[in-house]
Design a binder for this molecule. Structure first.
Ligand SMILES: *[C@@H]1O[C@H](CO)[C@@H](O)[C@H](O)[C@H]1NC(C)=O
Ligand SMILES: *[C@@H]1O[C@H](CO)[C@@H](O)[C@H](O)[C@H]1NC(C)=O
Ligand SMILES: *[C@@H]1O[C@H](CO)[C@@H](O)[C@H](O)[C@H]1NC(C)=O
Ligand SMILES: *[C@@H]1O[C@H](CO)[C@@H](O)[C@H](O)[C@H]1NC(C)=O
Length: 628
């Protein structure tokens, strides 16, 4: 009887027409018909309105547009979800960056960068370049990279007279005695401010500027699956056996390409380089690391989907697609938390901070009161990792023989290069053979003086990073020390536990007051955390986000109670994931690799046959109801 009523109820619910409802992206309120028209008239719909299918179904898989993650706040988790701030902003007149304590200007960003961080090419003894490839994937997965392309593509004139009249321009001034440009005529580097809700017209411009991002905030491989329903469905899915669309090029599986993607693969060298991915997001045509990781996780989806389709002939395309995506995302997050960040930040530290656990079983820390968002400080502090970006991409053959190298800055916005001359194979082999840049207060000169090969004469990622922090209106560095450790810093000497005295001397030369120190400048010169390789302020801000992402995500892969949850047997399979296994599975020509691919091969991490690298056994997903 009850069962009958239940079925009746379910039928009634599912027959209710799902409707699309528009919400304001900044205020998270439902838009009235009038407001919808107003936005259309002002051409702000793209940024300021989020159209979501309601009602939320508590039993459905993670939605492609990130909506309905929190059942009470359906828009949060979708693209254009506002950031949260760990600490309240501080600013000067008209929301300009705050002045120094004595009322004067803050020291110039370029001067700070060249004083604290030296140019140099030094290989790291521990990390491979695969680690930085993965790092940029993590960054691009949770926040859009529009601010990186803005000053190159949309507003290339910030150093010209026109830039003075564009409120979005904030070019970096180069001092006359600059260590590099004293020998050139360059006194200005192009740069734009972060794009804000205020700037795009979602809210009044006399309120605190808040950055807007087109990426979904959670760790969900949105580089592969897209940030909007429309793109995901139209550009991603093949609608056959749960697959993503793909093409075969010389026997290699790649996302489909379109010659008509406007303005993205700008550095493709015609006539030979024509490839430009028609993936749901342009991100797969951006930085080399993102492109490579995107291709690998794209293929990994199709590998999983094909296996599921063979195992479970009674599953339809939808079920295979969403299950394969769930396994692919879980594989990525398992590697992110348990392999990559456990190495960079120290596994024991992360265990202490409750980010990882010794137990292999389920973990359920879901709290619907915590919103699925990103802190504004998180993507910002990730910029510290520019110090470990190696400037040259080396290519090797299968046997480990060196073939050639190319500056990584020449490969941004240049997807077409990958498929020529087996370059993709060479880079795949190189990813786990080549060291990353050393974490030693130096930055690769291509990263700090060029950044975008061919598109700009000069640019400095470090100076841009510093300047962007000021336009995010972050409070002083020492406020973050207080937030992270409870310690009150009153003068430079109080920093001695965190920063070596030679670096402290430099800080004191640069800044007139300890409260003037920029958050990134302080983080740059910190001593690494014990048991890890990253600075303590980086650790604190990243761990805050790792916990938020885990606790706020209703679809978190370790939960036993989420919709379509893994069984314990399946979760234990996911635990076997490793970046080396991913490369064995989907990296062309990879037959041998060291077990810990983010670390250089050596006596304790010897290269072995892929047969010796543990595998996720997908038979754990076999549906026995298919066979009767
Ligand atoms: C409307 O906004 C979109 C997205 O910001 C932009 O690409 C387009 O050029 C705008 N159209 C007009 C007529 O301003
Ligand atoms: C803010 O908006 C007002 C009214 O739309 C406009 O006149 C003004 O120029 C804007 N100010 C800035 C700094 O963009
Ligand atoms: C990298 O790009 C620069 C600028 O376009 C060019 O001069 C240089 O030859 C390129 N290097 C390689 C190895 O392609
Ligand atoms: C700034 O952008 C303009 C226009 O793209 C370019 O001509 C100029 O070289 C750039 N400045 C530098 C220092 O690269």
């Amino acid at each position: 009887m009850y069962k009958f009523l239940w079925v009746l109820l379910m039928l009634t619910i599912s027959s209710l027409e799902a409707e699309k409802v528009s919400f304001h992206t900044f205020y998270e309120t439902k838009l009235t018909k009038e407001e919808i028209l107003q936005q259309a008239k002002a051409n702000t719909t793209f940024w300021c309105s989020s159209e979501i299918e309601l009602p939320c179904d508590p039993n459905e898989f993670r939605r492609l547009d990130g909506s309905c993650n929190n059942l009470d706040h359906p828009t949060i988790g979708a693209a254009h979800t506002p950031f949260v701030r760990l600490l309240p902003p501080e600013f000067g007149n008209g929301f300009e960056p705050k002045p120094a304590q004595d009322g004067g200007p803050e020291p110039p960003a370029r001067h700070i960068r060249t004083t604290l961080i030296a140019n140099g090419i030094r290989p790291d003894p521990i990390f491979t370049i695969l680690a930085t490839h993965f790092f940029v994937l993590m960054a691009a997965d949770s926040v859009s990279i529009q601010d990186t392309v803005n000053y190159v593509l949309w507003k290339p004139y910030c150093c010209q007279p026109k830039g003075k009249t564009d409120p979005l321009c904030t070019p970096v001034q180069v001092p006359n005695d600059d260590p590099v440009h004293r020998f050139s005529d360059i006194r200005c580097l192009n740069l734009t401010k972060p794009i804000t809700y205020q700037f795009v017209g979602c809210t009044r411009n006399d309120t605190v500027p808040e950055r807007i991002s087109s990426a979904m905030p959670l760790f969900d491989l949105s580089i592969v699956y897209g940030n909007s329903l429309q793109n995901a469905l139209k550009k991603g899915r093949l609608y056959n056996r749960g697959l993503l669309k793909y093409e075969l090029v010389d026997g290699r599986v790649l996302p489909p390409s379109t010659p008509t993607v406007p303005n993205i693969c700008l550095l493709n060298q015609p006539p030979h380089e024509t490839r430009c991915h028609a993936s749901p997001e342009d991100g797969m045509n951006s930085l080399l690391g993102i492109n490579l990781m995107g291709i690998w996780f794209w293929r990994n989806h199709n590998r999983i989907a094909s296996r599921l389709a063979d195992l479970n002939p009674c599953w339809n395309d939808d079920k295979i697609f969403y299950t394969a995506r769930d396994i692919n995302v879980a594989t990525y997050v398992q590697i992110l938390y348990h392999e990559f960040l456990s190495l960079l930040l120290g596994w024991s530290n992360l265990k202490e901070s409750s980010v990882v656990s010794e137990s292999q079983g389920f973990r359920d820390m879901y709290n619907p009161e915590v919103m699925p968002t990103i802190s504004l400080e998180f993507p910002y502090i990730l910029r510290w990792a520019h110090l470990m970006q190696e400037g040259r991409v080396k290519m090797y053959d299968e046997a480990g023989h060196y073939l050639k190298q190319v500056p990584i800055v020449n490969l941004t916005l240049r997807t077409g290069y990958l498929v020529l001359d087996n370059n993709l194979d060479g880079m795949t082999q190189g990813s786990f053979r080549q060291a990353s840049g050393k974490l030693d207060y130096t930055i690769d000169p291509d990263v700090s003086e060029l950044v975008l090969g061919g598109l700009q004469r000069a640019s400095d990622v470090g100076s841009s990073d510093l300047e962007k922090g000021r336009y995010n209106n972050f409070p002083p560095y020492i406020e973050y020390i207080k937030y992270c450790t409870g310690q009150c810093i009153n003068n430079f000497d109080d920093l001695v536990d965190l920063i070596d005295t030679d670096k402290l001397d430099l800080l004191q030369e640069l800044y007139r007051h300890v409260r003037d120190i920029d958050i990134l400048a302080g983080t740059w010169v910190e001593k690494p955390i014990e048991g890890g390789f990253a600075p303590p302020t980086f650790y604190c801000i990243v761990v805050n986000q790792l916990l938020r992402s885990m606790v706020s995500d209703r679809h978190w892969y370790e939960r036993p109670n989420r919709p379509n949850a893994f069984t314990l047997e399946q979760l234990l399979e996911i635990r076997k994931a490793s970046i080396s296994r991913v490369l064995c599975d989907v990296g062309d020509t990879v037959n041998r690799i060291q077990p810990r691919g983010f670390e250089r091969a050596g006596p304790k991490n010897r290269m072995v046959s892929c047969k010796a690298i543990e595998q996720i056994d997908l038979t754990a997903w076999k549906d026995y109801s298919c066979s009767c």
